[in-house]
Design a protein around this ligand. Structure first.
Ligand code: MG
Length: 285
């Protein structure tokens, strides 16, 4: 048994067949990869595990995140990158077809909406919108809030890329997140949004599909208990919480708490090497 781990936790670690990694605060922080990320991802892949990078980003599309990850030294295929922004746009199409959308967000959100067949409605034509999609919007203003709130109050479908209250921008620092903007629109418009990103179930369903294994053989690795860990637990995944400064016992939804990816790597290797059952899986996979 890996040192410090219970038998059941060590066994589940050893039998993992896929890992979904959050990006911000887990794989990277600001402009740099976090220690151990490259080695862990490489070792998981070499051992036959599938990997997915699962971001709640409402600012960037998956292609941009994939490019940034490659620049930092981790190359991922399109199917290995999952961004809430792309999922939200796809969900609008799946539910409503191609529609006229009032987009509260970045230019990337507009681009992905157009590429998916939707039409962008200018604020002045907000009453014509069939859907409102909200991401982080650096140009959010009282006028934009008015336009979006009136649209949803008049019956436009209301989607939020995620409901994160904050967006981390450095150690101890944050900007207001997509969820903060969505809540303002919800209060003024009197309508609750449909959240798409973590911790919502559809996000994890797609992540598990891409990992190609049963949920209990998949891990969700992340630094947010509210989005990564609670959502992963609800989806039946093994949950690994990155908690750099552990204080007190972890919440009940956490299966394993580590301080960083280097500690996770060491525990995973130890659990795998000491488990005869995982060796059998490796042979028959
Ligand atoms: Mg994070």
């Amino acid at each position: 048994m890996a040192q410090g781990l219970g038998t059941a936790v060590a066994q589940r670690l050893a039998e993992l067949r896929g890992c979904a990694f959050d990006l911000d605060g887990t794989i990277w922080e600001g402009p740099r990869l976090l220690p151990g990320a490259t080695a862990l991802v490489a070792d998981l892949r070499t051992s036959g595990l599938r990997v997915v990078f699962a971001s709640n980003s409402s600012r960037h599309a998956s292609g941009v995140l994939r490019h940034r990850l490659a620049e930092l030294g981790i190359v991922a295929g399109p199917e290995e990158m999952l961004a809430a922004l792309d999922l939200a746009v796809g969900e609008v199409r799946r539910r409503l077809g191609p529609v006229r959308v009032l987009a509260i967000g970045t230019a990337e959100l507009d681009e992905v909406l157009r590429a998916c067949g939707h039409t962008i409605v200018p604020d002045a034509d907000a009453p014509d919108a069939q859907a409102v999609v909200v991401g982080i919007d650096p140009d959010f203003s009282y006028d934009r809030l008015r336009a979006a709130a009136r649209s949803v109050a008049a019956g436009a479908a209301f989607f939020a890329v995620n409901m994160d209250a904050r967006y981390p921008v450095g150690p101890g620092e944050f900007d207001p997140g997509c969820g903060a903007l969505a809540e303002a629109i919800a209060v003024a418009g009197g309508v609750r949004p449909i959240g798409i990103g973590k911790p919502e179930a559809p996000f994890f369903r797609v992540a598990i599909e891409r990992l190609g294994c049963p949920p209990h053989r998949a891990a969700m690795v992340g630094d947010s208990t509210a989005s990564d860990i609670q959502g992963g637990r609800a989806a039946g995944m093994f949950t690994i919480w990155i908690d750099p400064i552990p204080q007190g016992p972890p919440p009940g939804c956490v299966d394993l708490r580590v301080s960083d990816l280097e500690e996770l790597h060491q525990l995973w290797r130890q659990a795998r090497d000491e488990s005869p059952r995982s060796a059998d899986h490796a042979k028959t996979r």
